[in-house]
Design a protein around this ligand. Structure first.
Ligand code: 4NP
Length: 162
């Protein structure tokens, strides 16, 4: 695969599996399955091995998006695997920067919403874990907009799919 993307949040059970599922869905719709490696991880280990949160899975399912995978922690050697390390909020981004082995790896870290031209710079995807259903809907909304923009950027930069 020519390009690899890893979405990163805190627990890897709500926001980053949602971004992963939304992005995978968009890549499939574009007929680009197999051209982009897609994964997600968390900066914390609290939920390692768990499936995505059922509230995230149900919210995504209502939009035809499948969430899958088991939570894992993002580790320093992941920087050697991924071209795009996409953080859900500034805290995750700052934690990733501290973990990055060098400036080149650091430069591959971005904030998800910074890919969305309709979002103000440095916007977070708010953590929905302790809140209500609206927060989970908002996560999917934000991921849909930003992931569409990220895919367009990657296609253009890497000359994928014409
Ligand atoms: P996520 O959400 O980072 O979007 O997966 C959270 C999941 C678990 C916790 C916090 C946020 N937690 O504190 O256990």
């Amino acid at each position: 695969m020519s390009v690899s993307v890893c979405f990163v949040c805190l627990g890897n059970i709500c926001r980053s599996p949602t971004a992963e599922g939304v992005f995978r869905h968009l890549v499939g719709e574009a007929g680009l399955d197999g051209t982009i490696e897609i994964d997600s991880a968390g900066t914390a280990a609290y939920h390692v091995g768990e499936s995505p949160d059922p509230r995230s899975t149900a919210t995504a399912a209502r939009r035809g998006i499948v969430l899958e995978g088991a939570a894992r922690k993002f580790v320093a050697r992941d920087f050697a695997r991924f071209d795009y390390v996409v953080a859900m909020d500034r805290k995750n981004r700052d934690d990733l920067r501290r973990l990055a082995p060098d400036a080149e790896a650091c430069a591959r870290i971005s904030l998800l919403r910074d890919h969305d031209p309709s979002s103000p710079a440095e916007s977070d995807v708010p953590d929905p874990y302790y809140g209500g259903a609206k927060g989970f809907e908002e996560v999917v909304d934000l991921c849909e907009r930003a992931c569409a923009a990220l895919l367009a950027t990657i296609r253009e930069r890497h000359g994928i799919g014409g």
